[in-house]
Ligand binder design. Structure first.
Ligand code: GLU
Length: 283
């Protein structure tokens, strides 16, 4: 691909302060964008109203600036674009690729003994066959519901324009990678509280922002299968993907705020410089 048009993005969720794993992804995105002679955007993925906090968004912006990374303005904040995601959802619903699901988490846990690639209970399809009139009446009564992708209907349509896969890149090497979305089952594409999900928003935004190369952690590699399906159903292009290895703690576990992994802010307070951080990450 010609470098001039390469567009990448670093897309953190503001539900905690950035740690070394985020720093690695942010610096790698910037490095690859620069190698390709392109741009890297910042996107704040704050669709989760319970976990996203304005102070974390502020923290992300200041940690990235401290690391020496700058981004074109304005920065897209997903929470300000819910109507766009709703429109994408409405298209999927109107085309018969999504249905409302009224099951609670505990009901699904009780009904399912298999897991999806994220380790969540695999949805057994309980609400897929609901009478449409009944489903409509329950929604009109305000019964909480998610929207799920009807994978059995979605797959033939998604496959109509060719085998499902994406182009993966690593340095100058590119190769085609086939994917199988079936292990996700009827994945949630819109949560109870907002008319979208990570999966729906990310494919919408990657296309809207003209992202050509997605560079993100290998923990999101399995989700790419679902993203390819949504891209095909919505008529969106599939970018190239590179899923990088995760930075681990001393015990070989993925860094996570929930495990108390040191934030960039605390490393900085302890005297680390941006140069120290980059060196520790191998840049
Ligand atoms: N917002 C996601 C996260 O913080 C990353 C999404 C992506 O890069 O596709 O894990």
């Amino acid at each position: 691909m010609s470098g001039a048009s390469a567009r990448l993005r670093f897309a953190p969720s503001p539900n905690g302060r950035l740690h070394l794993g985020h720093a690695y992804s942010a610096v790698l995105n910037a490095r690859i964008a620069s190698d390709l002679g392109g741009l890297c955007l910042l996107r704040i993925e704050d669709i989760d109203p319970t976990r996203s906090r304005a102070e974390f968004t502020q923290g992300i912006v200041s940690d990235l600036a401290w690391l020496g990374l700058s981004y074109p303005q304005p920065v897209r904040r997903q929470s300000r674009h819910m109507s766009e995601y709703r429109a994408a959802l409405d298209r999927l619903v109107a085309a018969g690729f999504a249905y409302p699901c009224f099951c609670s988490r505990s009901e699904i846990r009780a009904q399912s003994c298999a897991s999806d690639p994220d380790g969540a209970p695999l949805y057994p399809g309980t609400c897929r066959g609901l009478d449409p009139h009944e489903a409509k009446a329950r929604r009109e009564r305000g019964e909480p519901h998610t929207w799920r992708l009807d994978m059995t209907r979605a797959l033939p349509q998604a496959r109509a324009c060719g085998e499902l896969g994406f182009c993966t890149f690593d340095g100058g090497d590119e190769r085609w990678c086939l994917v199988d979305p079936a292990p996700w089952g009827d994945a949630v594409i819109a949560r109870r509280d907002v008319p979208t999900s990570y999966h729906l928003s990310v494919v919408h935004d990657d296309a809207l922002e003209g992202i050509t190369h997605v560079v993100r952690g290998s923990d999101l590699e399995a989700a790419t299968a679902l993203h390819v399906v949504l891209q095909r159903l919505l008529g969106l292009p599939t970018p190239r993907y590179h899923h990088h290895g995760l930075i681990e703690d001393e015990e070989g576990r993925k860094l996570a705020k929930s495990r108390g992994s040191a934030s960039l802010a605390s490393l900085r307070e302890a005297g680390a410089t941006p140069r120290d951080i980059r060196a520790r990450l191998g840049f």
